[in-house]
Design a protein around this ligand. Sequence first.
Ligand code: ADP
Ligand code: MG
Length: 323
Amino acid sequence: MIQVTDLQKQFKTLRKKEGAAGGLRTLLSRDYQVKEAVGGISFAIEPGEFVGYIGPNGAGKSTTIKMLAGILHPTSGTVSICGMSPHRERRRVTRRLGVLFGQRTGLWWDLPVKDSYDILAAMYGQDNRVKETRLAQLSELLALGEFIDTPVRKLSLGQRMRADIAAALLHDPDILFLDEPTIGLDMIAKRSIRNFLKQINCELGKTILLTTHDMDDIEQLCKRVMVINHGKLGFDGSIDRLRSRIGLPTKIRVCYASQVPPCGSLPDTRLQLISQEGRTLTISCNREELSAMEALRLLEQLGIIEDVHMEEPDFEDIVHQIY
Ligand code: ADP
Ligand code: MG
């Protein structure tokens, strides 16, 4: 369904000149700096797959997605989406694709959410009745009703993300490219988005490529993961294989309501103590042996938990172990 071969993207930026006439000299000079954002990657994605795409900041994830979606032209290499080139046949490919960039909305900031959908439907040449039916379905699944008449700028981040996901799905594409759809969201908002994505993948067979910083997203949703660093793929395989290769440790920081006894002995050997400062314990455990929820249940035995903080996975660590 998606076939990527030797895909490469270099960005050329002008090297800035110093001094009073620097601006002009920068403009006239041919002194380019070349940055290789994606350095020749190849992969294929089959219909119905849910693939996670992870790596540190600046690794080349968004650039890859932009090339797959036909937003950026590759420096070299090819992309084929359902047998078509997203660059040469952008309009036809766009009909099959839903794209979301979590960092910025694809909706019109000052318009009510509904108006954005009307504009998008018109852009896709979607029949009004089809659009309304589709919107009613999405509205039910994503609970859009509570804010559909509100301007986008007044939405909470969680609402905005749901509105954007609906926008990406309005024309009923088979393929979704989601770049950080859970960024900045709280646990509850993340959970509702995960449930929705799981549903459209399992029940509707949507093919999904997902970029995220949240390892829980990956573990709960993706059977397959690709890891990119400095524009190169270092791993492409099942989440189980990644786990057995690097362990995927979780770090959990819990703050108790009152002082807990010095923890020479944790309630379970699968929990390792990293540090204890006053009422706060930092624990690590292996996701393979113990889920975060199970770990929390065990930690509750030590006292009343006031606050929990899951440390973000250290992609540098993951990447270091892979490359
Ligand atoms: P990621 O999404 O993995 O964080 P990106 O794909 O956004 O990474 O960026 C990869 C690299 O390419 C980074 O070093 C970034 O600074 C650079 N880059 C991205 N877009 C541009 C651009 N338009 N011009 C110049 N450099 C860019
Ligand atoms: Mg990015």
